[in-house]
Ligand binder design. Structure first.
Ligand SMILES: Cc1cc2nc3c(=O)[nH]c(=O)nc-3n(C[C@H](O)[C@H](O)[C@H](O)COP(=O)(O)OP(=O)(O)OC[C@H]3O[C@@H](n4cnc5c(N)ncnc54)[C@H](O)[C@@H]3O)c2cc1C
Length: 353
């Protein structure tokens, strides 16, 4: 059983399978509807049902209140069709979005590397190339948590869409990340879907780029920087990358080598908990502090791309805005986890995350 879904104002009609959510059907058709948590909690994917019947599924009563249900609103991430339906959504026209459709893939694990004591590099050879934009992520399924998936950003550049790299930080007590660290072997097959996300470089802006990353949040900026350099981009770009200590600072030598080779690329590593008596000569402190010092608290004229845990992102946003960068020039990927599900999912400073 399937139904027809018409998405206004695009006027495009797609097929939605029984049990499939509106959001999943749209993304698989290459139509981007704004969304974030995908669990009916944040309301980013709220759309108006103009005609037809939907089942609201697991939409929370906070994200979709009773009066909104009566007004015909629904959350695209949870709504399933019960008839042919027409919805009206806020569809932004982003000239830099390549809108690749989400598809299912399987990937053979061809390489595993301990990048740090807590981060594992995993290389997957896909059954066919995946078209994606640097900065996007995949949802990975592992046998340990049947039917559930977890988000991981693609750390490699899109030039080779068949061999993708993921950098996975182990979360203490985390089901999937623990399995990926302790059980996964070269030769295993994993299922994944993608590409997801709206975190990509606004290439059309043609202004200097600032990447700020913390922990395994290096994945997306790494993909973006490698992509830009492979394309011969000559705009000034800076990576400010924070880790706790030296043994966690992975790809340090690789970024230093890139900075040597490309005069337009600068690399600023920062360590927040490095022992005081070590011979570390680089910046000591957090990412936002390193960026503030490096740019003398003046970020004007750039676009900033932030990637990492929510607390790091909040600190970076505050610093960037104090350094006179506006909301419209700041883009981010927050590594939300189950820990954030019960907390506030939206930055108080931003409407669209
Ligand atoms: C868009 C996106 C991209 C991401 N990209 C990456 C990536 O490239 N690399 C990467 O390592 N991670 C990334 N993450 C985070 C990653 O998805 C989570 O770490 C993962 O879902 C944890 O799954 P789990 O099954 O191990 O933990 P769960 O079993 O789901 O959680 C176990 C416990 O740990 C807590 N927890 C879960 N995750 C975290 C966390 N990250 N920090 C602190 N506590 C946590 C939970 O609240 C729970 O109490 C990304 C997240 C998002 C949303």
């Amino acid at each position: 059983m399937s139904y027809e879904l018409t998405i206004e104002p695009l006027g495009q009609t797609i097929t939605v399978e029984d049990g499939q959510t509106v959001l999943d059907a749209a993304l698989r058709a290459g139509i981007y509807l704004p969304h974030a948590c995908c669990h009916g909690l944040c309301a980013t994917c709220k759309v108006q049902v103009v005609d037809g019947e939907v089942d609201h599924g697991e939409a929370s009563t906070f994200a979709l209140m009773d009066f909104e249900r009566e007004e015909g609103k629904c959350l695209a991430c949870c709504a399933r069709l019960e008839s042919d339906t027409v919805i009206e959504a806020e569809i932004e026209d982003d000239p830099d979005a390549e809108n690749y459709p989400v598809e299912d893939y399987s990937g053979e694990v061809v390489r595993i590397e301990a990048l740090t004591p807590t981060i594992r590099g995993i290389w997957l050879k896909l059954d066919r190339p995946m078209a994606f934009q640097a900065g996007q992520y995949v949802n990975l399924e592992v046998p340990a948590v049947d039917g559930q998936s977890r988000a991981f950003s693609i750390a490699s550049a899109p030039q080779d869409g068949q061999l993708i790299e993921l950098n996975v930080r182990i979360v203490p007590g985390g089901q999937v990340t623990t399995w990926l660290h302790e059980q996964l072997q070269v030769g295993d097959e994993l299922k994944l879907t993608g590409p997801y996300g709206r975190f990509f470089v606004k290439k059309s802006a043609n202004v200097p780029l600032l990447f700020m990353a913390g922990g395994s949040g290096l994945s997306s900026p790494k993909s973006m920087i490698e992509d830009l350099l492979a394309e011969g981009c000559s705009l000034p770009m800076t990576l400010v990358y924070g880790q706790r200590c030296r043994e966690e600072l992975y790809y340090d030598a690789e970024f230093r080598a890139l900075a040597e080779k490309h005069p337009n690329f600068s690399y600023v590593p920062a360590l927040s908990h490095e022992p005081a008596d070590s011979d570390w000569a680089g910046f000591r402190g957090f990412v936002h502090e390193a960026a503030k010092a490096h740019f003398d608290n003046d970020f004007r004229g750039r676009k900033a791309y932030l990637c990492g845990p929510p607390a790091m992102i909040e600190a970076c946003i505050t610093t960037l805005m104090q350094g006179r960068l506006f909301e419209r020039d700041i883009y981010m990927e927050k590594f939300f986890s189950a820990a954030d599900a019960s907390q506030q999912l939206k930055s108080p400073l931003f409407r669209n995350i």
